[in-house]
Each structure stands twice: as C-alpha cells, then as structure tokens.
Design a protein around this ligand. Structure first.
Ligand SMILES: NC(=O)c1ccc[n+]([C@@H]2O[C@H](COP(=O)([O-])OP(=O)(O)OC[C@H]3O[C@@H](n4cnc5c(N)ncnc54)[C@H](O)[C@@H]3O)[C@@H](O)[C@H]2O)c1
Length: 440
C-alpha cells in the first residue's frame, strides 16, 4: 500500500475566512473630503495594475501620474480622466500639495531615489518590490522613513494575503512539527514570462525620456529594448533574484517569522533566452536559516511545461504546500517508532528503549497532536491579496500605525534575494547578518 493510500483523509476543508476583501462586500467609500490623494510614479505594467487595485479601496483618489514614456501618460488620461496631472518629471508631482501618497512602480534602479525624494517631500510611499537595487539603498530608505516619519510600505502583496496568514497560523500551531526545509519555485515557459515585453511602435527619443529613465545608470545611447525590457539588464533590474526570489523571501519570512538567512550559495546560467541580456534565466540557490531550516529556491524560465509557482514547507510531522490561493497540510503516519529492529530485544529492553527514544525525539506540537491526513484552506474565489495589501497601506496612512511590510522587512527580503547574485558573481558562499542587515 502506498503512503498516500495509507493516509487517513480526516479533514478536507475549504474555509471561507472572515476578513476577506471588503470590496467583495461593497463597503461604502468614506466622504469625498476624506479622500487620500494618490499619485503614481512609473505607469507601466505594474503601476497601472496597482493603481486600478488601489482605487478600489474606498476613499482613494488618483490625482497625478509621472512616467518617462508619453504613451503611458496619454493612456493614464484614457484610463483615469483628462483631469489628472501628467508629467515626465516626478519632482513636479512631489511638489504638489494635493498629493498625500505616492505609488512607486518604476524599474528597480529608481526605487531608492524616488522613495527618498517622496518621503523628503512629505509624502507617504507604497514602494514596489524589490525595495533595493543596491545594498546601500536599504539603510538610506529605512533612515529616511524614520527621519521624515513617513509611512512606507513595500509592495510584496503576499504579506497581506489570507492564504499566507493561514500558512503562518498552521506552522505556528505545530501542524507540520518542527520546520526543517522550505523549497520554493517560480517556473515559466513563455517569451513574455521571460520579460520580452512589447516595445511600442513609436518608441524613440521623442516619446521616451531616455536620460530620465537612465538616472544613475551608465549613460548609453537610446535603446528601446532596454527601456521597455529593462529587467534583462543588471543596470536597471536585479535579475530573477530581485524580480521573483524576493517574493519567495517575503513569503518565507512572513510565514516563519525569520529575519533572513546567514549563508547563501547560488548557481545557474543563461540557458535559452540568449538575446543579449546579462542575467540568468535559470537560477538555483540555497540558504541557511539560524532557526534551523534550509531554504532552496529555483527560477526556471525554460521549464518545458506549465508555469508554476509555489512553496513546500517540510516539517518533522508533515508537509505544508502553498499553491496559488490554496494551503494544504498533509500528515503521513510515521513508521511506529523507533523502527522494527527493536522488536528483536527483550520485552523489558523494548519498553526502556522506546521510553528513551521518546525523550530524545519528543513530539513537537505546541497545541497537542494534530489529526493525521490532509487539511486544506482555499481562499474565496476572486480573492486578491493585492487589494488587501493596498487596503492595509491606506489604513496605515490614515491611522499612522505601522504598516504590514515596512522598509526593514523589505530590505531583509530583497537583501536576502540579492545574495544569490553576489554568490554567482563571486563564485562563492556569501554570508549575511539578517538582524543587522549587513554582508558579513
Ligand atoms: N508586486 C508584484 O507582484 C510586482 C509585479 C510586477 C512588477 N513589480 C515591480 O514593479 C516595478 C515596475 O515593473 P513593471 O513591470 O511595471 O515595469 P514597466 O517597465 O512596465 O514600467 C515601469 C515604468 O516606469 C517608468 N519610469 C522609468 N523611470 C522613471 C522615472 N524616473 N520616473 C517616472 N517613471 C519612470 C517607465 O517609463 C515605465 O513606464 C518593478 O520594480 C517590478 O519589480 C511588482
């Protein structure tokens, strides 16, 4: 009989949790005078998507948009009305008194500067992941948030997800015993998945503000691919580590409560999308956590099959899987301890041996023995963690209470992710202090 057959399927439940999106239940907006006035900086794929989600939160109004491509400024007016202010220069937006908060969704190499400029101008900030492009960005963003007393939330929406909250609760309750390993993957198998985003037909130095896009990056002549597919070059992006590992770190840190790994080693290469990019399309990395577990991460942009993303948490008493909006805990009865060879001893020796074994390997459930079998949590249909993340951000903007994902959390997730790039670059194990957030 296979282990699966032997499982007792005691509990398979789809639970519709309390705390699902308020949007689903049609909560009324607050009064118009009480609107949070929002501006968008970087109106590309994520900036437009984020803004659509942010505007579903009651009491939020978009007043201005900054972007370096005229087509996206024009489309912003198509989407949100001709009255919104549009500009190529985000400093014009920051100078406006009618802007309370900004949503920053520029390429990574602009994150720090735009966030610091916004906070110094008195604005609260929702800053897309990865929080940093360079390690030096981390302390600067954290210190500016402190010194200006501004709200800054990083945009890894899983931190607000009811799915991840359920996984955190299950892990803490001892559902899988003592955690020893987390493995997570993000595999893709398409050109768009590998960042070959469309370049508009009118892309030129007339329609694209190339010097402003470059910012602190090396000055080179206009290149439309670099402008619209910037993730493919380290000057603007951080490879799959900064783009995708960072989500996996945010999820792992949120669920386990860990600050980050102490050691990292990575390998990979450019296996298929050999189109001039200078970042790998296959990346594998291993990390040691001081809490006594290992993390293994993988991104494969040429996986030969379906796109798939997910986590597997392995514990002494079972496994917990996160796939999409579902968390599943599976527990398989272990072979009766300490194994069959003890039965060859005398009855007295068997008894004493088993007692000693139990002392040495105690059962690790803080809340008592969990049932065997499978437990499943599925978020309600249509659930959006992005909505909840924006809802949480705007709640903090109003209350001035701490955000769910502050700059320190953002630095710990992105700093850990970028260890993979350093390991590849230096061809060695990289050490990191996750508490002080410094390379060792
Ligand atoms: N949270 C998520 O799930 C998620 C998903 C996708 C992207 N992102 C993040 O969002 C950010 C944007 O990604 P994208 O896919 O939307 O990229 P994109 O290229 O589609 O959009 C970026 C936009 O920023 C503009 N821009 C560049 N420099 C600017 C500047 N100095 N001032 C104003 N605008 C500027 C560009 O013109 C472009 O329109 C990235 O940091 C990415 O990691 C997050």
């Amino acid at each position: 009989m296979s282990p699966l057959d032997r499982r007792t399927f005691l509990k398979t439940a789809s639970i519709a949790l309390a705390g699902t999106n308020l949007r689903m239940f049609g909560q009324q907006p607050t009064s118009p005078n009480d609107h949070i006035q929002l501006a968008l900086i970087g109106a590309g794929i994520q900036g437009q998507g984020d803004t659509k989600t942010a505007l579903q939160v009651p009491g939020v109004k978009l007043v201005a948009v900054a972007d370096c491509y005229d087509g996206r400024l024009a489309h912003s007016k198509e989407l949100w009305g001709k009255d919104i202010v549009t500009t190529r220069d985000y400093r014009e937006i920051l100078a406006r008194k009618d802007v309370d908060a900004v949503l920053i969704a520029t390429p990574d190499h602009w994150h720090k500067q735009a966030a610091v400029d916004a906070m110094n101008a008195g604005k609260d900030v929702y800053l897309e992941k990865p929080m940093i492009h360079l390690y030096s960005d981390g302390p600067e963003i954290i210190n500016t948030a402190r010194s200006t007393n501004r709200i800054l939330q990083v945009g890894s929406q899983r931190v607000s997800s009811i799915v991840y909250a359920k996984a955190k609760e299950l892990l803490a309750s001892g559902a899988i015993g003592k955690l020893n390993m987390v493995s997570a993957r993000w595999d893709r198998n398409s050109s768009i998945g590998a960042w070959n985003y469309s370049v508009p037909l009118d892309a030129s130095t007339e329609t694209c503000d190339w010097p402003r896009f470059l910012g602190s990056a090396p000055k080179i002549p206009f290149n439309a691919e670099r402008f619209f597919q910037w993730r493919k070059w380290q000057d603007y992006g951080s490879g799959v580590a900064g783009d995708l590992f960072v989500h996996l770190f945010s999820g792992t840190h949120f669920i386990t409560g860990a600050n980050g790994p102490t050691r990292a080693m990575a390998t990979g290469g450019l296996r298929f999308w050999n189109d001039g990019r200078n970042v790998p399309d296959v990346l594998l990395a291993l990390f040691d956590y001081p809490q006594g577990f290992n993390l293994s991460l993988r991104v494969n942009f040429v996986n030969g099959g379906e796109e798939s993303e997910g986590f597997l948490f392995t514990g002494s008493e079972g496994i917990m899987e996160i796939a999409g909006n579902t968390v599943t805990v599976s527990r398989t009865p272990r072979e009766s301890e300490p194994g069959y060879t003890v039965s060859t001893f005398t009855d007295d020796m068997q008894k004493r041996y088993i007692e000693q074994y139990r002392q040495k390997y105690p059962i690790t459930h803080p809340t008592g023995e969990p049932p065997l079998g499978v437990e499943r949590f599925v978020a309600p249909k249509g659930y959006s963690d992005s909505y909840d993340h924006f809802h949480n951000f705007f709640a903090s903007v109003r209350s001035r209470k701490p955000v769910v994902e502050d700059a320190t959390f953002g630095f710990r997730a992105a700093g850990a992710a970028l260890l993979s790039n350093l390991s590849m670059e230096k061809d060695s194990v990289i050490k990191w202090n996750p508490d002080t957030m410094q390379l060792a």
